[in-house]
Design a protein around this ligand. Structure first.
Ligand code: DCP
Ligand code: MG
Length: 586
């Protein structure tokens, strides 16, 4: 059984029944509500946007606000954050331009509507601008639900700043530990804030066939359409229809890079000329432009089988194949899985604790990962905000420095692409000694993870791989770098005066020798479609093989060692694409 990375928790939202009980006032379970951020306490409000009756342009604007991508002038956007959900049953606030009960009921179950605040789009815009949740009653979208909207409005009185009680270590103390020794490594500091580039000067084209030649922002002007198509993509993938899923993934990637809203005006002109948009996809896009939704997406969303399979694949270790198998055995809910796998007390992987003894067999490792994931699923559901990602990296690098000085790291994955909230944290680590670094890195992964485990920072190891023992659990795209997929928990706050809410987080640590550090960073920054096209481009256009562990020439296996990220792109004959524009997936 292949080991699968779980779907994002966003996917899981599709799994709950639309009429089922909401995950209680999502706010109490939502990402950061009780969570001490490093400098301030932020209220997170879960928002669902009904797209009917809204212009694509406005929808895209609202998505950007709700995803935290559009920041308002004056830095107001600090007391409240929005978490955009794709399952109305998880929302606290529903944003809609529909004002009549009968029309709203076409999109939302009335029982759910009565239990939420139903507001106009202006509430979202004004709240984001003022950095606080404004009284929903003033923005009630439906006269019929005025009282309910007032009553169900999220209360944000508690979002006081924690000010000097910040629990992050002093910034200088930690950044110095990851201070790179060589000028090449210094270029890693390309965080979102530091990203300075003029998109108009990049020679990327949205009509290119490879997504690694296009500029794909995190939130695009057609994000609502992308979300609809992604439901169909996931459904195909869950049913094992990989070719079909890939067609949708390609279409999504093309739309992600299209720089303006798709409307009736440009649909049959420039949109129809975009690559990978065949007849069927064009008719779906047309339907979306006309109605604000796609029938097939709605059908999928409502399908109990889709909901069950989606829920199963949010569990670490369960891919579509296993999910279908469990479904065929009669399981329908996460509780069924709990019963099936048993909620045994789980411990760190025996790969870690058994020294050089026999590794556990594949089946057992998989089963243990599923058990861990089931036990910790409430924690794993909670998204990780950027400041916590940074804090985790700081703690990891401080620990590593105590074991071996001179290491440096880059946070990759969705964080590097600018996602405001991540499902896990991915960190690529190397040593700054360009000559002796490779030897120092070898074997470090296991040693380091053992240390983290002993110090109580790593509670579980889902997977541990090394150079010498290629692991059968690795999926095909995986490289041969030493890596550990772990469950991590931040240490208690140093001063102990304000206990931090400690949540289990998924943490992937990837160790790369200095010469392949940059290919590892490029390979783990994503997004998945961007990576797929990068490999395809390298193969089809350059006769090269690209993966996170290096670039080689196909005909003679000659290896290349780029010294920085731009050199990776140059070697592949590509223009550099800033990480923030590598969001080629939904
Ligand atoms: N990756 C890949 N192929 C895979 C899995 C991962 O190319 N099968 C690469 C691209 C991903 C990166 O690794 O962007 C990190 O994978 P994650 O699953 O952690 O995904 P993200 O970090 O992009 O998003 P998130 O963690 O928030 O879900
Ligand atoms: Mg990630």
């Amino acid at each position: 059984m292949p080991f699968k990375r779980p779907s994002s928790t966003r996917d899981s939202s599709q799994s709950s029944s639309n009429t089922g009980p909401r995950l209680k006032r999502a706010r109490s379970r939502s990402p950061s509500h009780d969570q001490a951020s490093s400098s301030s306490r932020i209220t997170v409000i879960t928002v669902y946007i009904v797209q009917a009756k809204l212009d694509p342009e406005i929808v895209s604007d609202l998505f950007r606000v709700a995803e935290g991508d559009r920041v308002f002038e004056g830095g107001h956007h600090n007391g409240v954050r929005f978490h955009l959900c794709h399952d109305v049953s998880e929302a606290e606030v529903i944003v809609t331009a529909v004002h009549m009960r009968r029309r709203l009921e076409r999109h939302i179950d009335w029982g759910i509507a009565k239990d939420r605040a139903i507001v106009t789009p202006q509430w979202l815009l004004d709240s984001a601008q003022q950095g606080k949740s404004l009284p929903c009653g003033d923005y009630a979208a439906l006269h019929d639900l005025q009282d309910e909207t007032e009553h169900n409005c999220p209360d944000t009185d508690c979002h006081c700043r924690s000010g000097s009680e910040s629990h992050s270590p002093p910034p200088n103390e930690l950044s110095s530990l990851s201070e790179p020794a060589s000028p090449e490594l210094a270029q890693q500091h390309d965080s979102v804030a530091a990203a300075e580039y003029d998109v108009s000067k990049l020679s990327l084209s949205h009509t290119a066939r490879y997504s690694c030649c296009r500029a794909s922002p995190l939130i695009c002007p057609n994000q609502g359409l992308v979300a609809e198509l992604d439901v169909i993509r996931r459904s195909r993938s869950l049913e094992g229809e990989e070719r079909s899923a890939l067609s949708y993934q390609r279409a999504i990637a093309v739309i992600k890079a299209f720089p303006k809203p798709i409307t009736a005006k440009n649909l049959h002109g420039e949109v129809s000329k975009l690559p990978y948009l065949g007849q069927k996809l064009m008719s779906m896009i047309e339907e979306y432009v006309e109605d604000g939704q796609i029938t097939e997406s709605a059908k999928n969303r409502d399908s109990p089988r889709f909901q069950a399979l989606s829920a199963f694949t949010t569990i670490y270790g369960i891919g579509p194949h296993t999910a279908r198998k469990l479904h065929a055995e009669g399981m329908r809910t996460i509780h069924d899985l709990e019963y099936h796998f048993g909620e045994k007390e789980t411990s760190a992987g025996s790969e870690l604790s058994s020294g050089d003894g026999h590794a556990e067999d594949e089946e057992k490792i998989l089963e243990r990962s599923i058990q861990v994931s089931l036990t910790l699923r409430d924690d794993f559901k909670e998204k990780i905000l950027r400041d916590e990602v940074e804090e985790m990296n700081s703690v990891v690098m401080r620990e590593l420095d105590a074991l071996l000085t001179g290491c440096t790291s880059t946070i990759v994955g969705g964080y590097r692409r600018g996602k405001p909230q991540s499902n896990d944290v991915d960190i690529v680590i190397t040593h700054t000694d360009a000559k002796g670094g490779a030897a120092k890195i070898k074997g470090l992964c296991k040693k380091f993870v053992r240390r983290l485990y002993e110090r109580g920072l790593v509670t579980h190891v889902m997977h541990l791989s090394s150079f010498r023992a290629p692991n059968a659990l690795r999926t095909t795209q995986w490289d041969s770098l030493e890596k550990a997929l772990t469950v991590f928990i931040l240490p208690p706050s140093p001063d102990g005066c304000q206990p931090r809410r400690r949540i289990h987080r998924r943490l992937d640590l990837i160790f790369a020798a200095p010469e392949v550090y940059w290919t590892a960073i490029v390979g783990w920054t994503g997004s998945t479609m961007f990576e797929r096209d990068l490999r395809l481009w390298a193969k089809e256009r350059r006769g090269l093989k690209f993966d996170s562990a290096g670039i080689t020439r196909r005909h003679d296996s000659k290896a290349f060692f780029p010294k920085n990220e731009r050199e990776v792109f140059k070697l592949l004959g590509l223009d550099w694409v800033p990480p923030l524009l590598r969001n080629a997936d939904a």
